[in-house]
Design a protein around this ligand. Sequence first.
Ligand code: NAD
Ligand code: TYD
Length: 352
Amino acid sequence: MKKILITGGAGFIGSHVVRQFIKNYADYQIINLDKLTYAGNLLNLTDLEDAPNYRFIKGDITDAAFISELFQTEKPDAVIHLAAESHVDRSISNPMEFVMTNVIGTVNLLNAAKESWKGDYANHRFYHVSTDEVYGSLGETGMFTETTAYDPHSPYSASKASSDHFVRAYHDTYGLDVVISNCSNNYGSHHFPEKLIPLAINNIKNNKAVPVYGKGENIRDWLWVEDHASAIDRIFHQAKAGDTYNIGGHNEWKNIDLIQLLCRIMDEKLGRESGTSAALITYVTDRAGHDLRYAIDSGKLQKELNWTPSLQFEEGLAKTVDWYLENDEWLENVTSGNYQDYYKQQYEYNEQ
Ligand code: NAD
Ligand code: TYD
């Protein structure tokens, strides 16, 4: 039986990865290691609590002694590493938190893997989940490929770029079997409402202003989160040691166009008169160092591993809205308490 340690499994993408692995591989043991920060929530995994091949462990990847002991007691065969601080705006106000979790936390895991798997690297794998933001910002044309030079601009992307470099260094220096994937912006259920799509859904639902940074002209390439999880499954099982894959949906949207589409879907789902939600759109001060455009070329993954996204964006977005409207309790739970303080700090003095 294969034992896989998934870090950050109580977060947005991690919970979908845990779910797919539990469903697809009844013969694997899945251990979900998560600190349960503001972004981690066991409510994301209630349907899996009783699965016989699943266990949750609460712990912090920045604690080197704890991580080393965990490897000694649990002896995982592989790691799929998603735990991270993941929000660009928070990285602007508190960069050190991102250095600690994303850089130090990743190196702690690499050290524990290097020691615990010594002499048998060929039968173990360290899969590092990263982002397209490490490649920096594109102009109006071009796409990121696996060989695009790193050029991060935000403290978040700089910390992810640094962790990617450490992962590759442990392959090149010690021979650890590592794999990295760099994915575009994800959307779907269980997404914490500090990121654009779930924040806008929550605000429209509550008739609150929908904040659009700058002129709304920045472009992101959106992928349904379950398609990201299926790509991780394929890469984890089929990639060569040391390899990298870009994951994306060939689905670029200008922020303002995306928000307009979301407003139309919300009007329809909430039975509101057309244009009601769009009237909530409010342009606010731009994010500092705001990357203009991300676009992923996922040709290598499509050609070599035969992966393609399963959902069109309009369909995925409508499904996502349905999930949020059907899961009031989840939304209320994650937006109570500290969320209100964060929101006030980030947006209150921000409207142009
Ligand atoms: P998230 O913020 O929703 O979840 C992160 C999880 O990590 C949370 O459950 C949190 O509790 C946990 N965590 C944070 N610090 C920890 C620590 N010190 N020890 C243990 N656990 C800790 O993030 P997400 O959007 O699900 O992203 C997951 C991974 O995917 C990240 O590595 C991120 O960089 C990467 N990624 C995200 C996107 C995206 O669009 N969200 C796109 C590409 C790549
Ligand atoms: P976000 O979801 O934070 O993801 P990322 O910055 O990692 O791409 O933001 C997506 C885009 O939406 C980005 O260009 C910033 C913009 N944005 C807004 O316009 N308003 C908001 O309130 C937020 C959170 C983001």
